[in-house]
Design a protein around this ligand. Structure first.
Ligand code: PMP
Length: 420
């Protein structure tokens, strides 16, 4: 154990500040013995939305959240380059100081218009968006209700808000109904219900329409994070709420630029014009630098593509169906019906890590998702499909999974040798 400085500084003798991570270190050691650390890998090059390179191996990217494949879109790249030429590489200031440019405001207006809301605020990342908006909305007398499978930034949003938090069963409006009826809300307080559209681990879809009914019947506000579904679902790309015909009833709609919008940043739109006031209180909005002009202008170009190129959504859904169907036929245990997120359940963490490594060596990058970041403590190989994947790409991915299945005995033996 290195660095026992804590002892000198008055801590427990012989234990460093890192001792609490000893169990994690053991898990990392096992993963390292199996091969590359899946949470600490580096691409030597990225050549396009679906291709990368590690050493001299070309990799098909099948785990990047690049749903519409717009990171290499000609207009988006040009917009980012022009923004750098016009405004430089960074704003070096917060939204409330020198960090709001006309492009930030234009993007806010265009997102608000796309979502049919009077207000939209742009933030530096999607993670920061949920922290800021949730903690800005919910004060000491309010109660936040979150789905049991909520993303880390929603959980952290409740922590920053410091409110009473109630979890309801995943994608279960009846359970929310029960808990809203049971929970006493302090005098002057309100209930804020937070759900997601497409859940990022299993790829399952929320019945937002039912949640709207339950939340509003109890006088609660509904907050929907459509990070994985904005741009991908709905006739105009306005997400699952649009697809289910309830977009206008969503009180707060958050999203990210880091997926279909092919950039970095986040946004929250509201049907309540008073939401604008929160610009003066949300700490993760006020006390961090605003998104760089290049990020904002790339997202603006991607938004234009979302609105004008519906074929991107047709493509991604066709490829998602093709991949889901192929894996299903091979007998893989898939966590949800077809969507652009396809999660394959594996028996345990070590086997999933071994298979993840094997797939990478065979030229396919997917995501390894393991507890505690996964629902039901599952170990998953997670694929995110892109509109930029061709039919041949999906066939190539499927052929590697077929080989994985055929060789699972050998892969397991190798794993046992490595971790024994
Ligand atoms: N919400 C959800 C549901 C997410 O999955 C993520 C990131 N994967 C975020 C928000 C945060 O987005 P960002 O990457 O922009 O911080």
């Amino acid at each position: 154990m290195s660095g026992t400085g804590g002892a000198d500084a008055g801590g427990t003798p012989g234990l460093s500040i890192f001792s609490k991570y000893d169990p994690l270190k053991q898990r990392v050691d096992v993963v390292n013995r199996i091969g590359v650390d899946p949470f600490n890998m580096t691409f030597d090059d990225i050549m396009g939305p679906t291709r990368g390179r590690i050493g001299n191996r070309e990799i098909i990217l099948a785990g990047t959240n690049n749903y519409l494949g717009l990171t290499y879109d000609e207009a988006a790249r040009q917009a980012a380059k022009d923004a750098i030429d016009r405004h430089g590489t960074g704003t070096t200031g917060s939204r409330i100081a020198n960090g709001t440019y006309v492009e930030h405001e234009q993007l806010e207006r265009d997102l608000a218009e796309h979502l049919g809301k009077p207000s939209c605020i742009v933030f530096t990342t999607g993670y920061v968006t949920n922290l800021a908006a949730m903690a800005g909305l919910a004060g000491p007398n309010d109660v936040i209700f979150i789905d049991a499978d909520a993303h880390a930034c929603i959980i952290d949003g409740t922590r920053l808000a410091g409110t009473t938090t109630v979890r309801f069963r995943h994608n279960n409006p009846a359970d929310l109904d029960k808990r809203l009826a049971r929970q006493a809300i302090p005098e002057g307080g309100h209930a804020l219900v937070v759900i997601e559209g497409l859940y990022s681990m299993f790829g399952d879809i929320a019945p937002i329409d039912e949640f709207v009914e339950v939340a509003h019947r109890h006088g609660a506000y509904l907050y929907v994070d459509e990070a994985h579904s904005y741009g991908v679902f709905g006739a105009t790309g306005a997400g699952i709420a649009e697809e289910q015909g309830v977009l206008d009833q969503i009180d707060f709609y958050s999203g990210t630029f880091s997926k279909s919008l092919a950039s970095v940043g986040g946004f929250c739109a509201s049907r309540h014009p008073e939401f604008e006031l929160l610009r003066k209180v949300m700490r993760p909005y006020m006390f961090t630098a605003s998104a760089a002009p290049s990020n904002i202008c790339a997202a603006q170009a991607a938004l234009d593509a979302i609105k004008s190129r519906p074929e991107l959504r047709t493509n991604i859904m066709a490829r998602a169906a093709q991949l889901h169907d192929g894996l299903n036929r091979m007998g893989f245990d898939l966590a949800a019906p077809a969507s652009p997120v396809i999660a394959i359940r594996r028996p345990n963490e070590a086997q999933a890590a071994m298979e993840w490594n094997w797939l990478l060596k065979e030229g396919v990058y997917v995501n390894l998702a393991v507890p505690p970041g996964t629902p039901q403590s599952s170990s998953l190989l997670r694929i995110s499909v892109s509109a930029a994947h061709t039919e041949e790409d999906v066939n190539a991915i499927l052929s590697r999974f077929r080989a994985l299945k055929d060789q699972s005995g050998e892969i397991l033996n190798e794993m046992m040798r490595k971790i024994a």
